[in-house]
Design a protein around this ligand. Sequence first.
Ligand SMILES: Cc1cc2nc3c(=O)[nH]c(=O)nc-3n(C[C@H](O)[C@H](O)[C@H](O)COP(=O)(O)OP(=O)(O)OC[C@H]3O[C@@H](n4cnc5c(N)ncnc54)[C@H](O)[C@@H]3O)c2cc1C
Length: 437
Amino acid sequence: MLFRLYHMETDIEDSKALYYLIQRVPSMTHDVIIAGTGPAGLMTAEQSAKHGLKTLVLEKREKVVDSLMGELVTDKALNFLRVKPTSEFIGNKYSSIIGESLDTGSNIVVDRSLLGNSYLFDEDKCQELMRDRALSDGAEFRYKSRVGSVVKEGKSVVGVKYNQSDEARANLTVGADGSFSRVSETAGFTHPKWLLSYGYRFKLTNCKGIDPDVAYFYVGKDVGLGYLWLYPRSATVINLGIGRVPSSKTNWDKLPPMQDVLKKYMKTHPETQNAKIASINGGVVPCAGIIPRFTDDGVALCGNAAGQVSSIIGGGVTTCFHAGQVLARHAKRMVDEGDFSKKSVEQYEKDYRRSKLASSITNTGKGMWAVSKFAMHNDPIAAAEIVLGGKLDAKTLNELIQGSAGLSTYMNLISEFLPMVMKLGIGYMKAIAVSGF
Ligand SMILES: Cc1cc2nc3c(=O)[nH]c(=O)nc-3n(C[C@H](O)[C@H](O)[C@H](O)COP(=O)(O)OP(=O)(O)OC[C@H]3O[C@@H](n4cnc5c(N)ncnc54)[C@H](O)[C@@H]3O)c2cc1C
């Protein structure tokens, strides 16, 4: 009991809170347990430790590096991470981004004045940075520690079981264990099973003729509902990746496997014909928006596990950093108040949902839902060609991607794209008829 009371900065006047604390505290070994060392888990760990919380991190992999931590980010992510654009943590910076059709070559250029700066992280260095910050503030990391389930006492989550027989206990358990979160599953949260984006990324060396200042997004019939990207790390090293959402099983089955699409790109582009695949990473990103509920008594989700991902582009790094910071701030409050009840943990969720980033996720989630319904019954590539063919200007495209488009933009779109919008409406009606809701 005394072991945990050092956190109480004020006398507890509320007898309910004291009762709660007495019931809960004796068996707890940590304030916070975090499952997963992706961007969400690492940021939560770094910030929790910085707030002075006794923090334990469990990761199933052998080490924190060598995993995909997203790729393309803007200034926002650098601000959250508190690193400078000129620092060793940045792998590259782009002056423009080009969206192009693989089938026809039509394209649209989005320059820096619209998008802000875009960067490629040096993933390993960023992961090490967050880990080292957490370690220096006293966090403990256990690798090769696969979380199997949460441990419950009554309705409260009081820790996790990992590696079959090990157990760790904390006042707050954080599921930052990705799209197929065990914490989420076993704590009883529900996830939409649709709109998952599957992705692969090759790191290619020995490329030639690459302009390191320009990043590319490609659409095309082989790509399907998603995009292929080329992010240079230098003039000879690039990341070539593909992400795709299955709009329906039939549509998915008609498409070539994603790795084949990347290999075809390599063969058909002189810059990559002699390139070597130095590494392959992959993953799944939820694109349906924030899940209906991600907090409960003694437990909270963060990052992909909570659907905190910008849906249209499948960007999760910035939103994970943001969510990790909000969560750690609330974890500190919970510890100070000695209250980890459902109502108390829920304050993290409420605070998070009120943020600008969360509302942009909700907007892009709705947009993605509309796009996927459209794609079930129409040709998404034909639509993309209209966009790339100059009907949509780069500013509007950027607003739509960021989830910040206003009413006037939508009004303009409706008049400009009436035929497409009509198709979309028909797509909706058919989708509703098929899915029955
Ligand atoms: C191919 C690809 C490209 C992407 N490109 C971008 C991009 O350009 N920009 C961008 O912003 N975002 C991008 N994203 C999305 C971004 O990477 C994710 O949204 C982000 O990594 C999610 O972070 P997370 O911490 O929630 O989960 P993850 O990064 O998935 O991390 C989860 C961690 O939990 C661990 N784990 C899982 N299960 C367990 C368990 N049972 N026990 C213990 N540990 C466990 C995993 O090993 C992993 O370390 C991309 C994603 C993919 C797949």
